[in-house]
Design a protein around this ligand. Structure first.
Ligand code: UD1
Ligand code: CA
Length: 459
């Protein structure tokens, strides 16, 4: 089997983005562009993947972590120069190197694999992934000879009028024989309109040496979309969104308004999930069968159980059980875990809290740093007083406890199993199991007092 390596070009500053954020870190469907490219490449069982990073390198490394090795390109002298930075690692390795750009987020594993297969079948030393573009402006054009064979690639800025009319473009993705790639790169010059060392010049050099050059044309132009500015970024978002939503609908998810539903590339679903408009699902979220999401809900890195419903709510980094009802207007903050048949109703905020099966906080509460047992009822307006300005403390509410409305539970504190807390209580000592705790001043009724006030007013 041919050994496969990959180089991802991500050192350019991306001046055309006019952004403080490094170009390849701009997200498409919630995931940075370069991460899309690296994730697709990593599905190809590579020996090694190297990302070429430049200015702002730490941020790219923080994003990709151990999914890549890194080489720094100190000065951005062009795409050819960028690939050369991997020479020390790759030049003496037998096999093929796939080169892709960090700004082509729509590239798929399937197309990359087809390109590699084509490269191997045709025994080429270089294979270019090309596409037919209705509007080829901005891309390098693929120039073929009279016999239809690829001769070279010419950049827009170096192209003659005739060459500019060519609609077959270089997607910026290639497959090379390792050794030939690095030998040819030695001969690339920067004698061109941009004064840069162009990677595509390798094609002409290898052709001149009589080597076989192949082209593999994608049928889907979207895959080649290179994002150089925010107009292209919006196009990429739209295309990716459509691709993701269509795949889920074909797989049994009902999306009421796909134009207004935003699903990240790593989100997964069971069957018969329904998603209402204005919903955003991101990260490693998984939604199980028959759940209903939205309208207007944002879910990040959550597991949502079967038949759960989440309306007009926000949830992140949490686990939501089966038949859980959330919202409208609830906020499930990180590290929360809701058991089965839990209800988190209107204007309830939950943070780092665990709810056992069947427990409910139906209205206007803050439950943070809490461990709530099963079958607990938390009355409207209950607050866990978890913070003294320096530290956070835990509130424990044991199984079947009943917390009356408008109670403050001053942590650290425990309400025992089956205990009752009277409405309006401020609880700062543990409540024993099965007890009733009343912690509010006793009501005094002054009979006939209204008349006294009225007579005082007359004086
Ligand atoms: C490049 C191709 C062009 C192709 C297009 C496809 C060249 C000379 N041209 O043009 O033929 O049609 O991609 O999208 O290769 N980069 C570095 N170091 C550098 C320069 C660039 O790492 O010194 C990286 C960038 O971060 C980017 C990628 O290489 O991810 C491509 O560079 P970019 O400037 O966007 O090239 P294009 O002008 O789009
Ligand atoms: Ca580009």
């Amino acid at each position: 089997m041919t050994q496969k390596y990959a180089v991802v070009l991500a050192a350019g500053q991306g001046t055309r983005m006019k952004s403080k954020l490094y170009k390849v870190l701009h997200p498409v469907c919630g995931k940075p562009m370069v991460q899309h490219v690296v994730d697709q490449l990593n599905k190809l069982q590579l020996e090694e993947l190297i990302t070429i990073v430049g200015f702002g390198a730490e941020k790219v490394q923080d994003q990709l972590g151990n999914k890549s090795h890194y080489v720094v390109q100190k000065e951005q002298l062009g795409t050819g120069h960028a690939v050369q930075q991997a020479e020390d690692i790759l030049a003496d390795k037998e096999g093929v190197t796939i080169v892709a750009c960090g700004d082509t987020p729509l590239l798929t594993e399937e197309t990359l694999q087809n390109m590699v297969d084509h490269h191997i079948e045709t025994e080429a030393k270089a294979t270019i992934l090309t596409a037919h573009a209705e509007d080829p402006s901005g891309y390098g054009r693929v120039i073929r000879g009279g016999n239809g064979q690829v001769e070279r690639i010419v950049e827009q800025k170096d192209a003659s009028t005739d060459e500019q009319a060519v609609q077959e473009i270089n997607t910026g993705t290639y497959c090379f024989d390792n050794k030939h790639l690095f030998e040819a790169l030695q001969n690339v010059s920067n004698d061109n309109a941009q004064g840069e060392y162009y990677l595509p010049d390798v094609i002409q050099i290898l052709k001149g040496q009589g080597e076989v050059i192949s082209a593999y044309q994608t049928t889907d132009f979207s895959e080649s979309l290179g994002v150089n500015d925010r107009v292209a970024l919006a196009k990429a978002e739209k295309m990716m969104k459509e691709r993701i939503n269509t795949a889920h609908m074909r797989n049994g998810v009902s999306i009421i308004d796909p134009d207004n539903t935003y699903i990240g590339p790593d989100v997964t679903f069971g069957q018969d999930v329904t998603i209402y408009p204005g919903s955003i699902l991101n990260g490693n979220t998984h939604v199980e069968d028959d759940a209903v999401i939205g309208p207007h809900s944002t879910i990040t890195n959550c597991r949502v159980g079967t038949e759960s419903v989440l309306k007009q709510s926000v949830a992140s980094n949490s686990k939501i059980g089966t038949r859980v009802q959330i919202g409208p207007f609830a906020h499930i903050r990180p590290d929360s875990s809701l058991g089965n048949d839990v209800k988190i109703g209107n204007f309830v905020e939950v943070k780092k809290a665990e709810f056992g099966d069947g427990s409910k906080a139906s209205h206007l509460s803050y439950i943070g740093d809490a461990s709530v047992g099963t079958g607990v009822n938390i009355g409207c307006g209950t607050i866990t007083v978890n913070y003294d300005g320096h530290n956070k403390f835990l509130t424990t509410i044991e199984d079947d406890a009943f917390i009356g409305c408008n109670s403050n539970l001053v942590a650290p504190v425990t309400v025992g199993k089956g205990a009752y807390v009277a409405a309006g209580s401020t609880i700062n000592q543990d409540v024993p199991a099965e007890a009733l705790s009343i912690a509010r001043s006793r009501q005094t009724n002054k009979e006939g007092y209204a008349a006294k006030i009225q007579s005082n007013k007359k004086d």
